[in-house]
Design a protein around this ligand. Structure first.
Ligand code: SF4
Length: 233
């Protein structure tokens, strides 16, 4: 038991160091390669689990967003999912229900995944920030960077084949890019060896339904990749 506790602590430290190295790399410090995957020994040995991650978010006060939340909204879904969706932060419905993507945007997200043959229970869904920002404002960069280690740890545990990142804010945070969603959507990016498809956030599609066609094209690209030999051999 003590060994397991120490392993968890060690893994948390490794992740903190990786996050700090990534931050230094963003500042332009050279000679650092934080892009290599975290060793999977902790996952294979059953040391790091989703419950471990969630036990740390339960009472989290790492960033100011904790002050306005009703609930922390952790990710949910199939722990062995091939497909993962990552959004920006919970809204009002999610804050009340403690579940990601359950409001109007969530219903549209369900339709989007169903359009390529997936049900909610097939996929894993979460947000970079897991406490609702006041008046649904955009999370600040600091708030995003502070909460990001939780979604990164979930990604390392689930190891999906494709992550669909929803909207500009989540994309910039996850991919450490200054490019905008309009430029990168529809083109696979890489996140530590996992394909990432940036596309529009469903809340944006509710405001501008004319963008649904581009999202549909992005999702077809995801579907074709998940059905390809590269994933299924
Ligand atoms: S948004 Fe994330 S880092 Fe901030 S308080 Fe909530 S769980 Fe903690």
């Amino acid at each position: 038991m003590a060994d397991e506790t120490h392993s968890r602590e060690l893994f948390a430290i490794i992740n903190d160091v990786k996050e700090h190295l990534t931050y230094l790399e963003e500042l332009g410090v050279e000679g650092i390669d934080p892009s290599a995957p975290v060793s999977k020994w902790h996952v294979d040995e059953g040391v790091e689990t989703l419950e471990d991650v969630w036990s740390e978010t339960r009472d989290c006060t790492r960033c100011p967003l904790f002050e306005g939340r009703t609930h922390v909204v952790n990710s949910e879904g199939n722990r062995h999912a091939k497909l993962m969706f990552v959004g920006e932060a919970p809204g009002a419905d999610e804050d009340v229900q403690a579940r990601p993507f359950v409001g109007r945007a969530g219903k549209l997200l369900t339709q989007i995944m169903e359009s390529i043959g997936f049900k909610r229970e097939d996929v894993f869904i979460g947000n970079v920030n897991r406490c609702r920002p006041p008046q649904n404002r955009t999370p600040t960069t600091d708030e995003g960077v502070t909460c990001r280690p939780f979604i990164i740890r979930e990604i390392e545990i689930v190891r999906p084949k494709v992550i669909v990142v929803l909207g500009n804010v989540a994309m910039k945070n996850l991919l450490n890019t200054k490019e905008g969603i309009t430029k990168l959507r529809g083109k696979f990016q890489d996140y530590r060896g996992i394909k990432v498809m940036p596309t529009f956030h469903p809340a944006y599609l509710l405001r501008d339904p004319s963008k649904k066609r581009e999202t549909w094209e992005d999702m077809k690209t995801v579907r074709d990749y998940l059905n390809s030999d590269a994933v299924n051999q």
